[in-house]
Write a protein that binds this ligand. Structure first.
Ligand SMILES: Nc1ncnc2c1ncn2[C@@H]1O[C@H](COP(=O)(O)OP(=O)(O)OP(=O)(O)O)[C@@H](O)[C@H]1O
Length: 309
């Protein structure tokens, strides 16, 4: 896949002197869902606003499908749909007029067949003649997405799409995002919720203090997350792992009295019982046993703490 967005050493210092972005470099591939995870004030909204050309960078560049977001603002912006954090809809305007108006703002000719397609995709077609004030919170959020898609962008930014919404609505949004991806849209979303990133992202970026601390495919993070370690402290030191224990995934520490066993918590069998039986059969005496696990949450907390130090 080729990158549709190329971000190079992006820095942003606000007028008051606060540096909200400290040199972010990132490629975003066409068709992927990237979740940007980070605590309050991390710089997520600043990053999105700068990519969308709403905020000017202090240093560095962003290119959207090859168009520089500052020098070729119109071409770059045309490719992007942005759903901001706050719902801002005209209460007395109907759903269909809301999206028609948004499309018009981008100078696109009227295309009711396209608008019907997106309203159907977002389960809003039946509500097209309702005034936005008559809609539920979930529907209003979907109208915000329809607005953002009205000019046929290839990239959609969702700034905290599920902040403060209940579990059911959150799942509904996740389904909407999955469907948009299936339709070929590249999606970048910001979130505070680790489980949201786990549920829908192809890649996860962790941002804190204006820096991108990590960007990794979610599958890799999940793999790390599903792994647990069993640390077995032995009474006596061992020169090497006994042959009778070769069937187990074991490591011996250099001092020879801690065996480390790695297993996958998502598998039906952890293999621990068999391991302990074999250890006893090998005549080894245990002093202590501990388990350690690394979750996305742990990785996140550690990274954020290290960054704050
Ligand atoms: N216009 C501005 N002028 C000065 N400082 C700003 C401005 N906008 C944002 N900031 C500061 O930049 C930092 C990053 O803000 P930003 O909104 O990008 O964070 P965020 O990760 O989106 O946070 P949240 O999750 O709370 O929305 C914050 O410390 C914020 O106070």
């Amino acid at each position: 896949m080729s990158p549709i967005i190329e971000i190079r050493d992006l820095q942003k210092t606000y007028a008051g002197g606060f540096q909200a972005l400290k040199g972010v470099t990132l490629d975003i591939d066409a068709g992927e869902i990237l979740a940007l995870l980070g605590p309050n004030g991390a710089g997520k909204t600043t990053l999105i606003s700068t990519i969308c050309g709403i905020t000017n960078p202090s240093r560095g560049t962003v290119a959207v499908d090859g168009h520089d977001v500052v020098r070729s603002y119109r071409q770059a912006r045309q490719m992007i749909g942005l759903v901001p954090q706050e719902i801002n809809l005209e209460p007395f305007t109907t759903v269909i007029d809301t999206v028609r108006f948004s499309r018009g703002l981008f100078g696109k000719p009227r295309d009711d067949a396209y608008l019907e397609k997106i309203l159907r995709q977002l389960s809003l077609w039946d509500k097209r003649s309702a005034r936005t004030m008559e809609l539920s919170g979930g529907m209003k959020r979907r109208v915000m997405i329809a607005k953002a898609l009205s000019h046929e962008p290839r990239i959609l930014f969702l700034d905290e799409p599920t902040a403060g919404v209940d579990v059911e609505l959150r799942k509904e949004m996740w389904d909407v995002v999955a469907e948009l991806k299936a339709g070929g849209v590249t999606i970048i979303l910001t979130t505070h919720y680790i489980e949201e990133a786990e549920a829908i992202a192809d890649r996860v970026g962790v941002i804190n203090g204006g820096e991108l601390l990590l960007v990794e495919p979610k599958a890799d993070l999940m793999r790390r997350m599903g792994q647990k370690h069993l640390q077995i402290e032995l009474q006596d030191t061992l020169p090497e792992i006994p042959e009778s224990l070769n069937a187990h995934d074991l490591e011996l520490d250099p001092e020879g009295h801690i065996l480390r066993y790695t297993y996958d918590t998502r598998k039906e069998r952890t293999g621990i019982t068999g391991l302990l039986t074999d250890i006893a059969a090998a005549g080894l005496v245990l002093r202590d046993i501990q388990t350690q696990e690394s979750s996305l949450e742990d990785i996140f907390v550690t990274l954020v703490k290290e960054n704050a130090a």
